[in-house]
Write a protein that binds this ligand. Structure first.
Ligand SMILES: [Zn+2]
Length: 65
C-alpha cells in the first residue's frame, strides 16, 4: 500500500485544551497534563513518584506572580 492510496482527505479539526499545572508537595517539581480530569484529586509526581492529594484547581488569576 502506497502513501497515496491511504491519503484520504479528512476535515481539519480544531479543539481547545485546558492545561493543568501541578506542583509536587514533596519535591516541588512541576508537571503538566492537558485536559486532566477536573474531579481527580490524587496524582503521583513523575519526578519523585510520591502521591499528592490536590484541592480544587486555582484559576490563572488566582496564582500569585
Ligand atoms: Zn515530587
Amino acid at each position: 500500500m502506497s502513501i497515496k492510496q491511504n491519503d484520504k482527505k479528512k476535515a481539519p479539526l480544531r479543539s481547545i485544551e485546558r492545561f493543568h499545572h501541578f506542583r509536587c508537595g514533596h519535591c516541588s517539581g512541576w508537571w503538566g497534563i492537558g485536559d486532566a480530569p477536573a474531579d481527580r484529586k490524587d496524582w503521583y509526581c513523575p519526578w519523585c513518584g510520591k502521591k499528592n492529594s490536590f484541592k480544587k484547581a486555582l484559576t490563572a488569576r488566582a496564582i500569585p506572580c
